[in-house]
Design a protein around this ligand. Structure first.
Ligand SMILES: C[S@@+](CC[C@H](N)C(=O)[O-])C[C@H]1O[C@@H](n2cnc3c(N)ncnc32)[C@H](O)[C@@H]1O
Length: 331
């Protein structure tokens, strides 16, 4: 069966499904249904008693998922920061595997009406879930120059954040910034040096997308819930597409696994408290062949871990997220 569902080619498909070590009668979650490439591959490996609970915050993805007629499958419209509620509604106390394939889907990127792309003109929206939250245009209309500069510098790692923020504030004083093409032109005029092969608006658009969708907050809320709901030996697999979210995933997995203990501790391994997760292999990147066939795979990183029986207590979360301050993702 092909997993290139119409409009979206699943990235690191075999690797992610292998990392889940699927048992035929298990209960699995696909937190980012998209167009269902990973979901279909999971369903193929489940027996009649298996279950797959999918979700997506994008109503279009959920509508696509509702076309799957399979009694083992269900899909909910929810952000993955609400895993606990989705599982409660599905009467599933524990699951045997959770997959998150972060970021945006090709149908979202390619539809100018969604406002994600600087390549085609459309409304400056960028919300994965247009039924909630604030669009990029509304945020840009209300934010201060400093907020804009911090967002573009922090989430976009744009060297010219100061210049871009000033250009945006000057432009919006002349006319409201409502279209992707308008914003792309304002940014292009403010970014003085070009990165090879990259549109000057790339970093600003990435920053606004992360901000409008609260992408890092969503991941930070999702990881502990997913871990807590995993049955012992259950697997967590996360594919990230930009360094800020990968850093968050890496820090969390490290804090939750023995990997975070200094190698020179004067204690025997068996005397240490058991960590809630064990890392499964190293971070994986897409093969050259996959990147050649699907350039979107170029920036993908897969990380996986297995649940132990140990509790995920608050001190671990503190180590994962707050030790570095609320802005850990910046460092
Ligand atoms: C990279 S695509 C997933 C593609 C999918 N694995 C496939 O094979 O078709 C990411 C999807 O996750 C969804 N998504 C991103 N962040 C989300 C969040 N915080 N909660 C729920 N869904 C989210 C997006 O709407 C998008 O449909």
């Amino acid at each position: 069966m092909s997993h290139s569902a119409p409009g979206h080619t699943a990235v690191l498909l075999e690797e992610a499904v292998a990392a889940l070590a699927i048992r035929a009668d298990g209960v699995y979650m696909d937190l980012t249904y998209g167009r269902g490439g990973h979901s279909r591959a999971i369903l193929e490996r489940l027996g009649p008693a298996g279950r797959l609970i999918a979700l997506d915050r994008d109503p279009q993805a959920v509508a696509a998922g509702r076309e799957i007629r399979d009694p083992r499958f269900s899909i909910a419209h929810a952000p993955f920061s609400e895993i606990a509620q989705v599982l409660d509604r599905a009467n599933a106390a524990q699951v045997h595997g959770v997959l998150a394939d972060l970021g945006v889907s090709s149908p979202q990127l390619e539809d100018p009406e969604r406002g994600f792309s600087f390549r085609a003109d459309g409304p400056l929206d960028m919300r994965m879930d247009p039924t909630r939250g604030v669009s990029a245009a509304d945020w840009l209309a209300a934010a201060t120059e400093q907020q804009i500069r911090e967002a573009i510098g922090g989430y976009g790692e744009e060297r010219f954040a100061k210049q871009v923020a000033k250009a945006i504030v000057d432009a919006r004083a002349r006319e409201p910034l409502l279209r992707t093409e308008q914003l792309a032109a304002v940014v292009a005029a403010a970014v003085r040096t070009r990165e090879a092969g990259q549109n000057p608006a790339t970093r600003t658009f990435q920053a606004l997308r992360i901000l409008v969708n609260r992408e890092l907050e969503e991941v930070a809320l999702m990881l502990p819930q997913a871990t807590r709901r995993l049955a012992p030996q259950g697997r967590l697999a996360v594919i990230s597409f930009h360094s800020l979210e990968d850093r968050l995933v890496k820090r969390f997995l490290k804090a939750c696994s023995a990997d975070s203990l200094p190698a020179d501790l004067p204690i025997r391994a068996r005397d240490l408290p058991q960590p809630p997760l064990t890392l499964v292999g190293r971070a994986q990147r897409a093969s050259d062949a996959e990147v050649a066939a699907n350039p979107r795979a170029r920036s993908a990183t897969l990380r996986a871990a297995e649940r132990t029986t140990a509790a995920l207590d608050a001190s671990i979360l503190q180590r994962a997220f707050s030790e570095h301050g609320p802005d850990a993702w910046r460092s």
